[in-house]
Design a protein around this ligand. Sequence first.
Ligand code: UP5
Ligand code: MG
Length: 199
Amino acid sequence: ALIMKPQVVFVLGGPGAGKGTQCTRIVENYSYTHLSAGDLLRAERSREASEFGQLIDSYIKDGKIVPVEITINLLRKAMEETMEMDEKKFRFLIDGFPRNEDNLQGWTTVMEGKANVKFVLFFDCTSEVCIDRCLERGKSSGRTDDNRASLEKRIQTYLQSTRPIISLYEKQGKVRTVDASYGVDEVFNNVKAILDKEG
Ligand code: UP5
Ligand code: MG
């Protein structure tokens, strides 16, 4: 069978900006497969035989970014498995990645030429909105990083390491920004306008 080159949209934004929520909505309405780097890392953390469980656990609690060798392998495997099961599934939302220089370098090393990054979908809102949403979710999420101490570190990591990556793509004209501070439906309307225009 003819294997299509994966078409990728990177989905970025602060912790709790609504990346996962909006990706779910996109998948319901467009032919994309949602891969959350954070979800893949959490799944790997809980895999009994994983050699990285403890490392991932401590990085996530500390709001630090896991070494890319681990993340890129999880992403690559997930993309390959998706495309092996259904060759029509070659369009991916990669949610929460790349978050820093190390991530970007790892992506380039492993995926350059093998996948096409169409654009970055950037969910933009203030740190206050991010913190409020994560603390609210923390009442029931069971996530080890939805507490004030971890959140402060996640926000810092986002501002120091992830924003510069978004700026880098901005200079290449590759960022589509959505104001993420509105309600879920309103945000999704703006997402739709972008996807209807760009696929
Ligand atoms: N909510 C969503 N949209 C809303 C709206 N418009 N109005 C009101 N409420 C809204 O949403 C968060 C909460 O807000 C939910 O309760 C939702 O109902 C509500 P969600 O859609 O989950 O937001 P999201 O942006 O996905 O938030 P998340 O917490 O997942 O973002 P993070 O980027 O912090 O988390 P992620 O899982 O990507 O990463 C976690 C950690 O993993 C990182 O800190 C890092 O340690 C590690 N990691 C890596 O090391 N490398 C990676 O590549 C990826 C992750
Ligand atoms: Mg998420």
